[in-house]
Design a protein around this ligand. Structure first.
Ligand code: C2E
Ligand code: MG
Ligand code: MG
Ligand code: MG
Length: 284
């Protein structure tokens, strides 16, 4: 297309695209090194039970502490890791590390770990889950694995089989980013999820967004009927929380309660809330 609009245009675009590709190539090499050098870090964001206001779960969210560029968001490197296959060692490290960290928390708090669909190409995924739990001494029921519906898009029953194996190990399965895919509802029939996390896209325009409110209300109803824990992500304001509470959701996650915190910070928050230290206000 650039070529069709004349040589001049083509020449103008080429150097820019080169630079972009070069930067990406460089980042791939650096990401491989980052894994070896231990530059990856897990942050943890609390999920709050809306009835008790207690932390039920902390979601592990990976960050890359780059020596020059500082803290890099997973949005910038997860797809790169998927393209290069690095998601396999990255995912393994994340799972093991999250289980080790969670083993230090009080037993009523679970840990959630995101799984890439590509990790399901590894037939031994359930063995990795079992091994991570055993190594950390973590009760399997305290591990929640978050998947997106793309895991079930796979034509074969392979991924479904792996999910069932993971369930056998005793871990819980959550459907993440609910509502953003093609046919989220049909997947609720394919696999008995333990938890639904409604994507923050539907929370951001509450309570005025009529369509979002209708969808959120329907998901809360489906969760109740099926006995699935319902969670919303991305709660940033009190009015959004009020709307979510009115629909009867079980849990919420978002900046209104807490941002993703370092392992040390989240441990402090968990401890402080246990000792009901009045210097640490309770969640809204
Ligand atoms: P996700 O699993 O849907 O995680 C929620 C994302 O929303 C996190 O972004 C979190 O920081 C952000 N968030 C939470 N509350 C709020 C809020 O109130 N407002 C706004 N605007 N954002 C909020 P983060 O940490 O940048 O992670 C982005 C995505 O990267 C995650 O989305 C997940 O899909 C992926 N990811 C993160 N860690 C891993 C990992 O270890 N493995 C894999 N495969 N993917 C990961
Ligand atoms: Mg998630
Ligand atoms: Mg999510
Ligand atoms: Mg999301």
């Amino acid at each position: 297309r650039a070529k069709a609009s004349g040589r001049g245009t083509y020449r103008q675009f080429a150097p820019g695209m080169d630079a972009h590709l070069r930067a990406k190539q460089e980042m791939k090499i650096e990401l491989r090194r980052a894994l070896e050098r231990g530059e990856l870090e897990l942050f943890y964001q609390p999920l709050i039970n809306l009835g008790t206001k207690q932390i039920t779960t902390c979601e592990a969210l990976v960050r890359w502490r780059h020596p020059d560029k500082g803290l890099i968001s997973p949005v910038e490197f997860i797809s790169l890791a998927e393209e290069t296959g690095l998601i396999i060692p990255l995912g393994e490290w994340t799972l093991r590390q999250a289980c080790r960290e969670a083993a230090k928390w009080p037993p009523h708090i679970s840990v959630a770990v995101n799984l890439s669909p590509l990790q399901f190409r590894n037939r031994k995924l359930s063995a990795l889950v079992a091994d991570s739990l055993r190594e950390a001494g973590l009760d399997p029921s305290r591990l929640q694995l978050e998947i997106t519906e793309s895991v079930l898009l796979d034509e074969s029953d392979n991924n479904l089989h792996i999910l069932q194996e993971i369930r056998q190990v005793g871990a819980k399965i959550a459907m993440d980013d609910f509502g953003t895919g093609y046919s989220s509802l049909s997947y609720l029939r394919t696999f008995p999820f333990d938890k639904i996390k409604v994507d923050r896209e539907f929370i951001s325009d509450l309570p005025t967004g009529k369509e979002s409110l209708a969808i959120v209300r329907a998901v809360a109803g489906i969760g109740r009927s099926l006995g699935i824990t319902t969670t919303v992500e991305g709660v940033e304001t009190q009015t959004q929380l009020d709307a979510v509470n009115a629909e009867g959701f079980d849990e919420a996650q978002g900046y209104l309660f807490a941002r993703p915190l370092s392992a040390e910070q989240v441990f402090e928050v968990i401890k402080a809330r246990r000792s009901s230290d009045s210097a640490h206000p309770t969640f809204p």
